[in-house]
Design a protein around this ligand. Structure first.
Ligand code: ATP
Ligand code: MG
Length: 363
């Protein structure tokens, strides 16, 4: 296993810019998730790291060594794609064993290693079957087994679970960390599912329009999103983004929300270091950071409940003040009713501010 680094990688397909000056460092032996919407450049970046595609500019390093000119086999990469690649004429055992062809011819070692990954992926009972005899979920496990049976420098998984149904995906997702700790390789894992990334990664990189917007631990990305896109992309239910006018009154920062005001924490004071003029800011407030009260306690904004969505044991409560709509996540079943007048109470320190022009975080 090695560290992986991309330095200033850009990729053009004719006039499409698939990657725009991406620089990234993935630690040796870590589990890195690349997360981004469809078309953001995830597969292109992985193919460039694997050596299946050449960058238009920039370089790729493995363990500090420039591998940009090396072929995929010289880089010693194991890859799993969205669709299983299994030879239909061979049984599952031989499919997995085939992946070891270039590493060893020792039949005992082959058997031992195939049995080890078969047990790790719980496919022992299918080893004598052919691909047409087993379902898609098991086949995808076989693809993963084919990749991790090898001793590769880097293991790349490009949306390996995206074609599985929800239950299977959840089951395999929670197994991925165990697989990683057994294999102890450098894992690069692509997904557009933020919950999957949050659940399994040591570090997450967020890609949008070919640009790497932020790299950090799941906690960092969630709690300190670098810009409006990351704030919006991460977290469920989606963060509330509110256009607001923010002003300083006697050293307290107030922000307009709907027809009312709330106050912001000390972080927001930084906005007024050079000028005391009111500023337009986009507030980012996570639904988990808004609670509801029937009394005007603390940092409260009057609001009317416009909709209650039940999530079984929790609720998403939609609130209105003037033309502004806010969503609050309530962790238990409440007795609030639609049309009821309540107070939205804000956890002041966890409110984010984004510049409306640059969309970058300002507090
Ligand atoms: N071989 C190619 N020829 C032309 N354009 C391409 C090629 N491969 C990718 N692109 C374009 O580059 C951009 C990034 O594509 P890429 O497949 O890397 O995105 P992705 O994030 O993997 O998307 P998805 O989530 O849908 O898999 C897209 O606009 C895509 O249309
Ligand atoms: Mg892709």
């Amino acid at each position: 296993m090695v560290s992986v680094e991309a330095k200033g990688v850009s990729k053009f397909f004719k006039t499409t810019r698939a990657l725009d000056n991406v620089s990234l460092h993935v630690d040796d032996g870590s589990f890195f998730c690349l997360l981004g919407p469809s078309g953001s450049g995830k597969t292109t970046l992985m193919r460039i790291i694997a050596g299946l595609e050449t960058p238009s500019s920039g370089s790729v390093y493995f363990g500090g060594e420039d591998v940009t000119e090396l072929s995929p086999s010289e880089r010693n990469i194991a890859m799993v794609f969205q669709f299983p690649s299994i030879y239909p004429s061979l049984n599952i055992y031989d499919n997995i064993a085939l992946a070891l062809r270039r590493e060893t011819t020792d039949r005992n070692e082959i058997r031992e290693r195939v049995m080890q990954v078969a047990s790790l992926l719980k496919i022992e009972e299918h080893l004598n079957k052919k691909s047409h005899q087993i379902d898609f979920g098991i086949l995808q496990r076989v693809s993963i087994a084919k990749a991790i049976v090898r001793r590769a420098n880097v293991y790349i998984f490009d949306e390996p679970l995206s074609n599985l149904d929800t239950k299977l995906r959840e089951a395999l997702r929670s197994e991925f960390q165990r697989i990683h700790s057994e294999v102890r390789g450098t894992f690069l894992y692509v997904t557009h599912d933020q919950l999957e990334a949050m659940a399994i990664a040591d570090k997450i990189g967020i890609l949008n329009n070919g640009k790497l917007l932020q790299v950090g631990s799941p906690e960092e990305i969630y709690s300190y999103p670098a810009n409006k896109f990351v704030a919006y992309f991460i977290g469920s239910p989606t963060i509330n983004l509110i256009e607001s006018e923010v002003k300083l009154v006697e050293n307290i920062v107030y922000a307009s929300v709907g027809d009312g005001h709330i106050h912001l924490g000390n972080k927001a004071l930084e906005l007024f270091q050079t000028s005391r003029e009111p500023r337009k800011i986009i507030l980012g407030i996570r639904p988990h950071e808004i609670t509801l009260s029937r009394e005007p306690v603390g940092n409260a904004l009057p609001a009317e409940i416009s909709f209650i969505e039940s999530l079984g044991t929790a609720q998403v409560i939609e609130l209105r003040n003037g033309s502004t709509v806010l969503r609050s996540y309530v962790d238990s079943l409440s007795d609030f009713r639609e049309k009821e007048k309540v107070f939205a109470v804000f956890n002041t320190e966890s409110i984010h501010g984004f510049d409306p022009q640059t969309e970058e975080r300002v507090f």
